[in-house]
Design a binder for this molecule. Structure first.
Ligand code: MN
Length: 325
């Protein structure tokens, strides 16, 4: 995924202290992605009051809807991208030589380390049904300068209980451990709840958590959650109750411990200082080796970086949520 908001804002990604158990709706906002055939997505994090959940620092949802999207090569630093499809197919190409089709049930995980570029295309030139969740995970200091690499996992572990099952994308959930590389304590799982089921999920109380209802409407600990927004749940929870309706539900569960590092995020970069971000931008614009060789398929086409804002990028702490008037 690429973020191409017209005026990319500096975003506050400093993990503040963990709150106790809360239940707060974070509304989604519509964001156009880059390029003439980029797609429109809904984004929930980062936002001012909630820049991260654990090290998860970005959550976009595309669809469910017919899409044709040709997202040209664009760079990343300091993060992992997690692509998870509920419906449809995406072709991923990157500057470490990966060419991979991603389909539902397969995890695509790209670890940018110090720098990588990739493209993401839907197949063909006609709109086709797509439902995509794409997330970023900020890399901690000790692993953010590593060499870039790409993983695809088709055989993910599944935890289950009465009327629910959870495919573990990242980290560990209820004893099931994903084979995907992680660099901080976190969990990402796709939870399926049977029609009219009331799932009681075990949580780690030392993690903060959030849930997104990807398919179906649910009631989470008494709070109704439909398609679009994220429900932030805070920490200090040992269980989570999710009730599904007549069609059942597919829910994305995210959790983790904040990195506790000053993070500066701008465009497709996660860094620590203004200078780092500015350097990454210059490197991309200059076609520097840092981001690898051109991706052959695209014949040099790429998404240019937007101009830096006129103010310095600085990390800031989480802000209290705005109180509706
Ligand atoms: Mn991307």
């Amino acid at each position: 995924m690429s973020t191409l908001e017209r005026h990319p804002q500096e975003l506050d990604l400093l993990g503040a202290g963990l709150p106790g158990a809360v239940a707060r709706i974070v509304p989604e906002r519509v964001v156009p992605l880059g390029g003439p055939r980029g797609m429109e997505v809904t984004r929930t994090i980062p936002e001012r009051s909630l820049p991260t959940i654990g090290a998860w620092c970005f959550l976009d949802q595309a669809g469910p809807a017919p899409y044709v999207s040709h997202l040209l090569p664009h760079p990343h630093i300091g993060l992992q991208t997690v692509s998870w499809l509920i419906e449809g197919t995406i072709m991923h190409r990157d500057t470490v030589g990966s060419v991979a089709e991603i389909r539902p049930g397969q995890l695509n995980l790209m670890t940018s380390g110090r720098g990588i570029a990739h493209s993401e295309f839907t197949l063909g030139d006609e709109p086709a049904p797509l439902h995509l969740l794409q997330l970023w995970i900020a890399l901690p200091e000790e692993s953010r300068w590593q060499a870039p690499h790409f993983e695809q996992h088709s055989d993910l572990p599944v935890a289950s209980g009465d009327c629910w099952s959870a495919t573990v994308l990242m980290g560990e959930f209820d004893g099931a451990v994903s084979p995907a590389a992680t660099y901080s304590p976190l969990v990402g799982a796709e939870v399926r709840v049977e029609p009219f089921g009331q799932a009681r999920l075990p949580l780690r109380p030392d993690f903060e958590h959030g849930v997104l209802a990807a398919v179906g409407e649910v009631v989470v600990e008494g709070t109704s959650l439909g398609s679009g927004p994220l429900l932030y749940l805070g920490a200090d929870r040992e269980t989570l109750t999710i009730q599904a309706g007549a069609e059942g539900a597919v829910v994305l569960l995210l959790g983790g411990r904040p990195l506790g590092e000053d993070l500066v995020m701008w465009w497709n970069f996660v860094g620590r200082t203004h200078e780092e971000i500015a350097e990454a931008r210059e490197d991309w614009e200059a076609g520097a080796d840092r981001f690898g060789p051109p991706i052959a398929h695209h014949e040099g086409a790429r998404i240019p970086a937007p101009p830096l804002p006129t103010v310095r990028l600085t990390p800031r702490r989480r802000r209290p949520p705005e109180v509706p008037q």
